[in-house]
Write a protein that binds this ligand. Structure first.
Ligand SMILES: [Zn+2]
Length: 480
């Protein structure tokens, strides 16, 4: 058997010792993504793209349930579209990439940073009467935001993949109802699929999407104490509609502007999965998005090889017939130990070991990736046990992350307390006035920004930034 250098294959940095070096090492060595020849861009490898595909498989039926139809809009947006909605143009101008080579009489084209303008333009052609409403579309697409800040694999890259939903309604009430409904769907998605808990709420004035009346966000807390915005849903009001002359004839036979919302999640979710669940041995795939849920590793000896392989193949087809995705690693050029390391690095949820001694007892051993716990299981019971262990693993990963989030969320009553808690890498709830200038001042003093204003929490005391009346309790944290 060829000897490979196991040390250099494995993760060399500890998660709790140097998170910022640990993270890219896991991403690259677990073959989730690779650096690209273009600065700030990334190559998404099959192991991670599979996670994104599971997100799509989960979310497409959700879209259908809400009567949202998939479609596709051009990657390029005429410059003049950006100037129709002044706030939107200002908000996105620093990070728009422009197409330079053009004929003199052509206007510049933006590479889409988001698609509100070009979709509003189409809505103006498609919408006639109240009967056409609500009109709901979504696209799975790439977007480009020409970051000048430091980029980070999956979390902040110049190009990324996302879905963006765009819906218009006859009334503000229906529009706002769906702004919340889609946020609720995102929270369910990250919990049920990715085993990640979040806090949700409204964005502050300073952090509201450019051109929106209000924005909702879900925020995760990563193990290094930085918050990660994982999804947003915006009530865009009527601004874009008026700017693009989108109108409908109502039941009253008068012309009206519809109400508009947009919402999205991106491949940033993959980064959240890695940061939240991976460990010192590498990736840990949450069972419901794992490209392979179980890997069978036969323990082979010359005299029993055929019998053991036969039993493994039988187990493989049995697991597959119960909808568990499984891989039989029957390579003979690697030792079982080498294979164990490789599959641990890649984060496959269950490893099933089967050797001649196990076979004689009518058993195999199932090892969970997250706990390393070995469970002897009767061969007649493999699929039941595997299913149970996958469910338990999902539940345990979620609860572990939930305890972390709850244990690292605190309240502060003064600037001193806020500064202290931010240094301790906490998510901190404070009474806040909501003013952009005050938020700037707090950022200067703590290096923390607002994350969101949770629902149903009444402000206590005065704003700890400026001493004026607090309008809300607001989460502050350092962020990615
Ligand atoms: Zn204030």
């Amino acid at each position: 058997m060829p000897k490979k250098d196991e040390k250099s294959l494995g993760i060399t940095v500890k998660k709790h010792e140097n998170f910022l070096e640990w993270y890219p090492e896991v991403v690259v060595k677990a073959e989730l993504a690779d650096y690209s020849p273009i600065k700030g861009c990334m190559v998404i490898r099959p192991n991670a793209y599979a996670i994104w595909q599971k997100v799509q498989e989960y979310f497409n039926p959700v879209l259908k349930k809400h009567d949202v139809k998939n479609c596709y809009f051009p990657l390029f947006i005429p410059e003049s579209f950006f100037h129709k909605e002044a706030q939107h143009a200002e908000g996105f101008s620093p990070e728009v990439a422009w197409i330079g080579n053009k004929e003199d009489d052509e206007e510049r084209l933006a590479v889409r940073p988001t698609s509100e303008t070009i979709i509003a333009d189409s809505f103006s052609k498609w919408l006639r009467s109240w009967r056409d409403l609500p009109l709901k579309v979504n696209q799975w697409a790439n977007v480009v935001r020409w970051e000048t800040n430091q980029t980070r694999l999956f979390l902040r890259t110049r190009e990324f993949l996302w879905q963006e939903g765009h819906c218009i309604y006859a009334t503000e009430e229906d529009c706002v109802k769906d702004v919340h409904a889609f946020m609720d769907e995102y929270v369910a998605l990250v919990k049920e699929l990715l085993a990640i808990p979040v806090v949700t709420g409204m964005k502050t004035k300073k952090e509201t999407f450019a051109g929106a009346k209000f924005s909702l966000a879900m925020e995760g807390l990563m193990p290094d104490g930085r918050a990660l915005q994982m999804g947003t849903s915006h009530n865009l009001g009527q601004g874009f509609m008026k700017a693009f002359d989108v109108t409908f004839v109502g039941m009253d036979e008068q012309k009206h502007a519809p109400w508009y919302n947009s919402w999205g999640v991106s491949t940033r979710l993959v980064g959240a999965v890695i940061m939240t669940h991976a460990d010192d041995k590498g990736m840990v795939m949450p069972p419901r998005v794992a490209p392979i849920q179980a890997v069978i590793v036969p323990i082979l000896f010359e005299d029993s090889k055929e019998k053991v392989l036969q039993a493994c193949k039988q187990m493989q087809s049995e697991l597959e017939s119960h909808h568990i995705s499984v891989h039989l690693d029957d390579r003979t050029e690697y030792s079982p130990g080498w294979k164990f390391n490789e599959w641990e690095l890649k984060g496959i949820p269950l490893r099933i070991e089967l050797g001649p001694k196990d076979l004689a007892k009518g058993e195999c051993v199932i090892v969970r990736r997250d706990t390393g716990k070995k469970n002897p299981v009767k061969l007649t019971n493999v699929h039941d046990s595997a299913k149970t262990q996958l469910d338990e693993m999902h539940h345990d990963l979620y609860m572990k992350a939930k305890h972390f989030l709850e244990g690292n969320t605190v309240e502060a009553k003064s600037m001193d307390e806020l500064q202290h808690h931010i240094r301790e890498r906490k998510m901190v709830l404070i009474p806040f006035c909501g003013e952009p200038q005050c938020e700037e001042d707090i950022k200067k003093k703590t290096d923390a920004g607002s994350r969101c204003i949770p629902f149903g929490k009444k402000p206590k005391d005065t704003c700890i930034g400026c001493g004026k009346t607090a309008t809300s309790m607001t989460y502050f944290a350092k962020a990615y």
